[in-house]
Design a binder for this molecule. Structure first.
Ligand code: XMP
Length: 328
């Protein structure tokens, strides 16, 4: 891929010129393809003067925080700090059921935790004789740039958790956005050239508020655990069936209802999992994915047998619009 490899060389030069021989950069990473590609570019350009921060918000997927840490720090050699704030997030989500309030709480708490981490890293950097942190990395893509200029619809709130404007002012940080001229497929091509593991390069998008908007109703640690386990089985079976790349986004949602079931000669009264899978080009409209029946059978059997507290599995056959991709 000639265009992309010349892009890498030019971009590394541009970053080095911008940041200078002593400047430091900070940026949040999530384990998604955009923030990872941006982080690897920074690492290649300026090494450990790029500081990545992963905030564990308590609503990431099963083992996700540990996996991301392993890939980014151990395999890709990125200078990474993990801020485990799961108790703070889950504490603030207690009793909250309104989807937009969940988003606000998670967005605000994210900014707060990230800011505190940035100040700590800045202090350490200055003590060790390196300069203050001067730059903030964002993995903004070209469609995000266009959208923030031209579109003031519901998605203005979608990216609201990325709002780190306060930090820019407080610490007088300048923005650095190496992906702002690229589309998603170009970022993926770049990711492959940068030797980022394939399953990360092709990962489905995952919303900032994570499993909190996939546990309908109150988000408690035990509900998050059920949703996590069901989702893990679902994605595992989709991958085994070779369907993961055909699907644009898939996840399991935990519904806020109970239904009657039977186990042995006992009646049960347990929770319901809904499976969502969509195909889409731009995430503005989407079709539900025609999941093969045998795959659905395996998924449903496994979830009901392996996830305690669930006795019913449903498949979502709604398109967007009028439905949305997420349940909340
Ligand atoms: P909807 O549900 O609006 O989702 O059809 C469209 C795409 O946006 C993602 N999404 C979010 N991403 N924060 C995010 O970072 C959010 O609050 C949020 N809500 C939805 C969703 O996963 C899908 O890819």
């Amino acid at each position: 891929n000639w265009t992309m490899s010349s892009f890498i060389d030019k971009e590394l030069e541009r970053i080095r010129a911008l940041v200078g021989p002593e400047g430091s950069v900070i940026g949040a990473v999530s384990g998604g393809v955009d923030s990872t590609v941006a982080a690897v570019l920074m690492k290649r350009a300026i090494g450990d003067r790029f500081h990545a921060v992963l905030v564990d918000n308590g609503v990431m997927r099963l083992d996700e925080c540990a996996q991301v840490k392993k890939t980014l720090a151990d395999n890709l050699g990125i200078n990474l700090t993990v801020a485990d704030a799961s108790e703070l997030f889950l504490g603030r989500l207690k009793g909250v059921t309104d989807p937009e309030r969940k988003r606000k709480i998670i967005g605000n708490t994210f900014v707060e935790v990230f800011e505190a981490e940035a100040h700590k890293i800045d202090a350490v950097s200055q003590q060790s004789g390196l300069g203050p942190i001067e730059w903030l990395l964002q993995g903004t893509l070209y469609p995000d740039v266009i959208e923030s200029i031209s579109f003031k619809g519901p998605s203005a709130t979608i990216k609201s958790h990325h709002n780190v404007g306060g930090l820019l002012e407080d610490m007088r940080l300048k923005l650095i956005e190496p992906l702002r001229e690229l589309f998603k497929d170009e970022v993926r091509a770049l990711g492959e050239l940068l030797d980022i593991p394939e399953d990360l390069v092709w990962r489905h998008p995952f919303p900032g508020p994570g499993i909190a908007i996939r546990v309908l109703g109150e988000v408690t640690p035990s509900q998050v655990e059920i949703a996590r386990r069901a989702d893990h089985i679902y994605i595992d079976e989709i991958k085994k069936a070779g369907l993961y790349r055909q699907i644009s986004q898939a996840y399991a949602a935990l519904l806020p209802v109970r239904s009657v079931g039977v186990m042995g000669d006992q009646r049960t009264y347990e929770q319901v999992i809904a499976l969502r899978a969509v195909e889409t080009k731009d995430f503005m409209t989407a079709d539900w994915f025609p999941m093969p029946i045998d795959v659905l059978k395996r998924i449903s059997n496994r979830i009901i047998n392996e996830v305690k507290g669930v006795n019913r599995v449903l498949y979502d056959v709604s398109s967007k619009p009028p439905s949305t991709i997420e349940f909340e």
